[in-house]
Design a protein around this ligand. Structure first.
Ligand code: 6R9
Length: 632
């Protein structure tokens, strides 16, 4: 049967149906939305609490909802400690492989030892409950240890993706006022060493709040250490303070667990704040149900812990569920395009969760690379970060999933903490749709007036209810949080605005189309036009800049920029390349523009806002739409 003749709906096999953790959707969904608090209380019961909650959901100060208020918990108590009391103690928690083939394994017992030592070291550096520790690391086990160590002592982590550069790191340190930075000498990518410590040094110069920098020796780069500020982790671990015993601190359910900066509509990145209680319940429940987690599973979420996907589904959800997690530091196609398939075969990975960009990137090398490997251990596949195009879906399903693995396409955001729309393994699938709402959630598509649109009509995606994994606020900016995301209806109910456009089909399947605001998903990474523009404008020869996303075969979207130079500077090819590099140096390679176009003027509204939609329409040769607000 050729691709075109394949049915549009894929039904799960008997085998998948028989082993499903949840074997029925409709009735349970109905129960979960009609008895939302009851449903989430039942899920919360599966975790260990130091003290049980008083109320499941407190709506008295909406949209600042509280979940499990009055309860005491610590996510690490559930992700690590409780496994030490049962057969998981000696189970593999983390398998790590580096690009150049180094392998390190940690059992749950071993993980606990490392986390305790790290927690004691942080304490000895004066880190206390409520302090924010910034973490800037390659994808190595110490990144996970550092996150868990913070949580264990009630400190708040702010992980900055290791692919970001000086300005991105400095502004995040600054906003969080971190006293302590955890970093590494460097990382590996495509056989090259990435010099993280130098970037960290430059960022610390720009953001003077850092008093202590703990540095992990990863690739042995010769780096500059400032003697009164910088410490090697292995030196600290050799001291008596780094005892391998450390009590986990009980935190209130609503105590902050982490902030994670994400790009928003305007201005600088927003620190989305998540808490211990609801986030523990939400990530573990979604992971267990959508990915059918079994005790013997080897789970591989091939994202970076520096993004929300890594926080929720490399670290917290899977560890709470006692899974064995795979971590790989390196490029998917290094030294050859079979690297990932080799990892799956070598370690017997059962579930692979990745992005459409990664799938498209590996697909272009052809079937012969995966076909060299035994991928029969795979049971389920997952997708996240952007809509998956049907062609990539089919390849993933046929070639990687050998026609037997359901594809769990999960729609969610940094703000939502965990999956909001996703199939269960038993759900019939339509390629390109994340299918139906997860339990407890009611979604809709509305027009500009907030009215629900007809079936199959495009509009704004909204969520009509609170859920335990939701971000509680934007760090230091409650007002902006309420204003950006929430609106209240006349009947008093609240709605969360996702920022995506979508439609819902006759079967109730949700099709997410893409962002409606100034957020770009480039290779699945979330970037803001504002950050890219400000990186451009920080170049001495640039007067004004605008960035838009244009469709790109591999990356989903590619960054196109328009630049007005300062008076007297002539456009040139060299300057174009220099500006591209400049953005890469300031923000990180992922933000390097695909194109820099020199222009005399930018389309603006009368109030001076750049009309990016006009730039985009022009670039695509499309109708420019309503130009009535365009400046003369
Ligand atoms: C988890 C994550 C959020 C934005 C979101 C949407 C896009 C994520 C998607 C998807 C279609 C999916 N997105 N998953 N679009 N189908 N399965 O990516 O969080 O980095 O905050 O980005 O990503 O546009 O609004 P984040």
């Amino acid at each position: 049967m050729n691709d075109a003749a394949k049915p549009d709906i894929f039904y799960p096999s008997e085998e998948v149906l028989n082993q499903a953790n949840v074997n029925e959707y409709e009735e349970m969904y109905k129960y979960s939305v009609e008895n939302r608090e009851q449903f989430w209380a039942e899920q919360a019961e599966t975790l260990n609490w130091f003290k049980k909650w008083d109320t499941v959901l407190d709506e008295s100060n909406a949209p600042f909802y509280k979940w499990f208020d009055g309860g005491q918990i610590n996510i690490v108590h559930n992700a690590v400690d409780r496994h030490l009391e049962n057969a998981n103690r000696n189970k593999m928690a983390i398998i790590w492989e580096s690009e150049h083939g180094e392998v390190r394994n940690f059992s749950y017992n071993g993980l606990n030892r490392e986390v305790c030592k790290f927690a004691n070291v942080l304490r000895s550096m004066g880190v206390e409950k409520g302090d924010i520790v910034t973490i800037y690391m390659p994808q190595i086990p110490e990144l996970v240890f550092a996150m868990l160590a913070c949580a264990k002592i009630g400190a708040i982590h702010s992980v900055v993706y290791g692919g970001f550069s000086t300005e991105a790191l400095a502004s995040r340190i600054d906003d969080a006022h971190s006293r302590v930075l955890v970093t590494a000498d460097g990382g590996w990518r495509r056989g090259k060493q990435i010099d993280l410590k130098s970037i960290a040094n430059a960022a610390m110069e720009r953001s003077p709040s850092i008093e202590v920098c703990i540095c992990v020796k990863n690739n042995g780069l010769d780096v500059e250490m400032e003697p009164t500020r910088d410490f090697w982790l292995h030196d600290l671990f050799a001291l008596p303070i780094a005892s391998s015993k450390c009590e986990t601190v009980p935190t209130d359910a609503e105590d902050p667990l982490f902030i994670l900066y994400t790009s928003g509509t305007t201005g600088k990145p927003k620190g989305m704040l998540h808490t211990h209680g609801g986030y523990s319940v939400y990530t573990s429940t979604t992971h267990r149900m959508a990915f059918d987690i079994k005790p013997q599973d080897r789970w591989w979420c091939a994202a970076d812990p520096g993004w929300i996907t890594g926080h929720s589904y490399i670290v917290y959800g899977p560890l709470i569920n006692g899974a064995t997690i795979m971590l790989y530091e390196g490029a998917p196609n290094y030294p050859y395009p079979n690297r990932w398939w080799q990892i799956i075969e070598n370690y017997g990975i059962n579930i692979l969760y990745t992005s459409p960009t990664a799938i498209r990137g590996l697909m272009r090398f052809g079937d012969r690379w995966p076909k060299k490997h035994d991928l029969s251990s795979l049971r389920l596949l997952g997708s996240v970060g952007e809509p998956i195009n049907p062609e990539a879906w089919r390849w993933y399903h046929n070639v990687i999933g050998q026609d037997k693995c359901p594809i769990i396409d999960t729609w969610w955001q940094t703000e939502t903490g965990g999956f909001m729309v996703c199939p269960l393994p038993i759900t019939p699938l339509k390629p390109g749709s994340a299918t139906k709402p997860f339990f407890g959630n009611e979604l809709a598509v509305v027009d500009d007036d907030g009215e629900e649109v007809e079936v199959n009509e495009e509009g704004k995606l909204i969520i009509k209810n609170p859920w335990p994994g939701m971000a509680r606020t934007i760090f230091k900016d409650d007002a902006r949080y309420a204003e950006l995301y929430w609106s209240q209806r006349e009947d008093g109910s609240w709605r969360y605005l996702a920022g995506d456009s979508a439609k819902i089909d006759d079967d109730g399947y949700i099709w997410v189309i893409g962002r409606m605001d100034e957020v770009l998903k480039v290779s699945g990474y979330r970037l803001g036009t504002a950050e890219i523009e400000s990186a451009l404008v920080s170049h001495p020869k640039v007067s004004e800049a605008a960035a838009v996303g244009l469709p790109h075969e591999l990356k989903g979207n590619a960054i196109h920029t328009y630049v007005i130079l300062i008076d007297g500077v002539e456009p040139s090819k060299e300057l174009m390349l220099e500006l591209k590099t400049h953005v890469g140096n300031e923000m990180g390679k992922i933000a390097t523009p695909e194109a820099v176009e020199f222009v005399e003027a930018l389309p603006k509204t009368r109030s001076g806002k750049i009309m990016r939609r006009v730039l985009k329409a022009r670039a695509l040769g499309q109708d420019e739409g309503d130009l009535s607000t365009l400046e003369e």
